[in-house]
Design a protein around this ligand. Structure first.
Ligand code: NDP
Ligand code: HSE
Length: 436
């Protein structure tokens, strides 16, 4: 059988890694795919740049269209990134009848509905395992391995850069920006690293996960998104004293009223496996009605871990090239005409427990005012710690854990507490999930 020909757009961290893995493991890959897979063309912006891969035997040009319009190419790997010009490149590749493998979660979260519809019309595959959680085969696990289940919820550490920063800060007391710079040097961070630290990258990934879990269209704009920039070292310490770790989670949960889609720092009981996922590692916990909870763990970013997922997709496409095109696994797991319009809930409909830290005057009656406001909003307190005053200040940090409550009630209670003359500044609120 003739070899499958691959063209690679982008020879950076992921593109370079994919070339290395496809080349190094070519013999083993051919045994798995049933035919040889060869890279014939590639494209990068600056042809004089040193590369992490050899390009011997590959025609490299600075114009991606040279790859996309080459009639010999069967599969285009889109490893440039971004949701701008790359969208037209992918649509052109699809129009040319090419299968596409991409690691680009921002492109798919924003334009995936259109891209998948176009791919279906053209009868080509758009595969995206590398777009979520790096090396972890989480798309395959949910789309295929758990396809007999009703997925109830999933929660994941799905940004390697953010988890790397939180871990280094907690374990070594390192400075936020120094760790971010290291993550960039290691090739973990997005081209715009605010996508990592403000939760946007995790929201892109959660958008994809929620669609394949619940059979809904991609709806990035409806994801409630908070990053890690507001987490203070002191919150990490207080959380630990209460038996929790703070992790940045993406959570998708199906409720009777609709679907919660949220990305935010979260307190997790320290005994949970996912609370102990550190560094650039990612983990996704999926709760299916039949399987129960299952946890998927692995490197969330970096050249070869991500290339592992890219190459797995290439092999899947190579296998599918010889199978019945009508019977492929659907892009978003569910048949395209079977997507549901279950509403995605507004943030104030979320129900979760909370960690609250506030600075209150150290005098009688102040805590009573705070607890009265909480009670008025039907919010029960699970634990409360009053710390010693900092330096010679008259205010003391008060830390509370609440039971599960409606976000709308919590927002109202926080506004009232912050308005008390005895409370200084803003309340630091972090959501808490037991993931039980
Ligand atoms: P890099 O910045 O390392 O690589 C991007 C590549 O695209 C570079 O080789 C660059 O060329 C090339 N490029 C940029 N613009 C053009 C253009 N107009 N024409 C041709 N080539 C172009 O990014 P990454 O490899 O880190 O990321 C690639 C994708 O993978 C992104 O979508 C990212 O979100 C995703 N991803 C990244 C992971 C990671 O760990 N880094 C993990 C999972 C997904 P040049 O080198 O000459 O500048
Ligand atoms: N910037 C991303 C991260 C790359 O750190 O998780 C992997 O998607």
């Amino acid at each position: 059988m003739k070899p499958v020909k691959v063209g690679v757009l982008g020879l950076g961290t992921v593109g370079g890694g994919a070339v290395n893995v496809l080349t190094r493991n070519a013999a083993e890959i051919a045994r798995r795919a049933g035919r040889e897979i060869i890279i014939t063309r590639a494209s990068a912006k600056d042809l004089s740049k040193p590369r992490i891969c050899s390009t011997r035997g590959i025609i490299v040009s600075s114009d991606p269209m040279d790859v996309i319009n080459d009639p010999d190419i069967d599969i285009v790997l889109e490893l440039i990134g971004g949701a701008g010009p790359v969208k037209d490149m992918v649509l052109q590749a699809i129009a040319n009848g090419k299968h596409v493998v991409t690691a680009n979660k921002s492109l798919l979260a924003l334009h995936g509905n259109e891209i998948f519809a176009t791919a279906r019309e053209q009868g080509v595959i758009v595969a995206f395992e590398a777009a979520v959680a790096g090396s972890i085969p989480i798309i395959k696990a949910i789309r295929e391995g758990l396809s007999g289940n009703q997925i109830e919820w999933l929660a994941g550490i799905i940004n390697g850069t953010g988890n790397f920063i939180l871990t280094e800060m907690r374990e070594k007391g390192r400075d936020f920006f120094a760790v971010l710079a290291e993550a960039q040097a290691l090739g973990y961070a997005e081209a715009d690293p605010t996508f990592d630290v403000e939760g946007i990258d995790a929201a892109h990934k959660l958008t994809l996960l929620a669609s394949i879990a619940f059979g809904i269209p991609l709806q990035f704009e409806k994801v409630y998104t908070e990053g890690i920039t507001k987490i203070a070292r002191i919150d990490v310490e207080y959380a630990e004293q209460l038996g929790y770790r703070i992790k940045h989670l993406g959570i998708a949960r199906k409720t009777a009223d609709g679907i919660e889609l949220r990305v935010h720092p979260t307190l997790i009981p320290e005994g949970r496996l996912i609370a102990n996922v550190n560094g650039v590692m990612n983990a996704v916990l999926v709760k299916g009605d039949a399987a129960g909870p299952s946890l998927y763990y692995g490197a969330g970013a970096g050249a070869e871990p991500t290339a592992s997922a890219v190459v797995a997709d290439v092999i899947d496409v190579a296998r599918a090239l010889t199978s019945d095109p009508e019977n492929r696994v659907p892009h978003l797991a569910f048949q395209a005409n079977q997507l549901d319009d279950i509403p995605v809930l507004a943030a104030d409909c979320f129900k979760t427990a909370y960690y609250l830290r506030l600075l209150a005057e150290d005098k009688p009656g102040v805590l009573a005012d705070v607890t009265r406001i909480l009670a008025h909003h039907h919010i029960s307190i699970e634990a409360l710690i009053q710390k010693q005053p900092l330096n010679d200040q008259t205010s003391v940090p008060v830390i509370m854990l609440t039971q599960v409550t409606a976000e709308k009630e919590m927002n109202a209670a926080i506004a009232e507490i912050e308005a008390l003359p005895t409370v200084t500044g803003q309340i630091n609120r972090i959501r808490l999930e037991t993931l039980g």
